[in-house]
Design a protein around this ligand. Structure first.
Ligand code: C2E
Ligand code: CA
Ligand code: CA
Ligand code: CA
Length: 279
């Protein structure tokens, strides 16, 4: 039994070492990746059902790792949060978006409103509101060019710090979207206690609205409730025309999904909205 214990201990320490090494590798890779510009912002169009001439988009990060290839944000965002590099990454993404918008304007192109994801971790120990306002000022950008997407886990914290920062952002004219609505810690009390502009219905509900009458009832109720609270609704993950038809019938305001367009690099997105304007 003593021998086994010793063995376990050895295994434990070596895996701990491995974890530490892996962690160090990730931190080193990340820091380098930021320097080497291995990150890229992709844009996924968000269409308005009532005003098809307007266009918004969501900024979605991509990491083109020189050895590992394309790494999904679902993998590297949680890592970045864990090792504390989410702040640097968030700053980079914000500036990249503002730079792209500045370029579009300088070239006389339309300038779509861009929604940027902000994780709850970016609110803790960090003055997100101050950073956003400073960046807007530095780029001479208008606050209505940006939407901040936040998740329910942020509102769950209910800290005065979070409330204060959201108020600063919103008072400055930046609109706030509640992302992934209906997943996780849904509590309807958020909707009345926080000042929000958009509610994004999670893809998991949209997926079932054609086949499943319960999912259809859920999106119908969410949309009606959101409208009563003065919020506009974005349906996420719309993949078929049948889904669009249900959503239109339910008076959903905006839609995003593969049925319209996948997330794409800036050059392609610029073509997408330029063509739309000409059409
Ligand atoms: P999210 O904010 O919920 O973004 C939507 C995700 O759904 C994106 O995945 C998008 O590519 C995918 N999607 C869009 N339409 C469809 C569809 O019709 N069908 C399906 N199956 N999927 C669709 P992606 O780009 O892999 O991003 C994953 C998550 O990573 C995002 O989820 C977001 O939480 C996070 N993320 C991405 N960029 C950033 C960022 O700059 N900052 C932070 N904090 N998080 C980010
Ligand atoms: Ca999002
Ligand atoms: Ca989402
Ligand atoms: Ca409408």
């Amino acid at each position: 039994a003593k021998g086994e214990g010793k063995n376990c201990w050895r295994v434990f320490t070596s895996s701990m070492l491995q974890a530490t090494r892996e962690r160090r590798t990730v931190i080193a890779d990340f820091t380098l990746a930021l320097k080497r510009q291995e990150f890229e912002v992709y844009y996924q169009p968000i269409l308005s059902y009532d005003h098809p001439e307007t266009l918004k988009a969501e900024a979605l990060l991509r990491w083109k790792h020189p050895q590992k290839g394309m790494i999904s944000p679902g993998v590297f965002i949680p890592l970045a949060e864990e090792v504390g590099l989410i702040h640097a990454l968030g700053d980079w993404c914000l500036k990249r978006v503002l730079q792209d918008q500045q370029n579009w304007q300088a070239e006389g192109l339309p300038c779509p409103v861009i929604a940027i994801n902000t994780s709850a971790k970016q609110f803790t120990h960090d003055e997100v509101a101050r950073k956003w306002l400073k960046a807007l000022q530095d780029f001479g950008a208008s606050s209505d060019q940006l939407i901040m997407e936040i998740t329910e886990s942020l509102l769950l914290q209910q800290q005065s710090e979070v409330v204060g920062q959201l108020k600063i952002l919103r008072d400055a004219g930046i609109r706030i979207a509640l992302d992934d609505f209906g997943t996780g810690y849904s509590s309807l009390s958020y909707l009345s206690s926080f000042e929000l502009d958009y509610l994004k219905i999670d893809r998991s509900f949209v997926q079932g609205i054609v086949q499943n009458s319960k999912d259809e009832a859920v999106t119908d109720a969410i949309i009606a409730m959101a409208h009563k609270l003065g919020l506009q609704v974005v349906a996420e993950g719309v993949e078929t025309l049948d889904q669009e038809e249900v959503l239109r019938r339910q008076h959903c305001d905006f839609a995003q999904g593969y049925h319209y367009a996948r997330p794409m690099p800036e050059a392609q997105f610029r073509e997408f909205f330029t063509r739309r304007q000409l059409a």
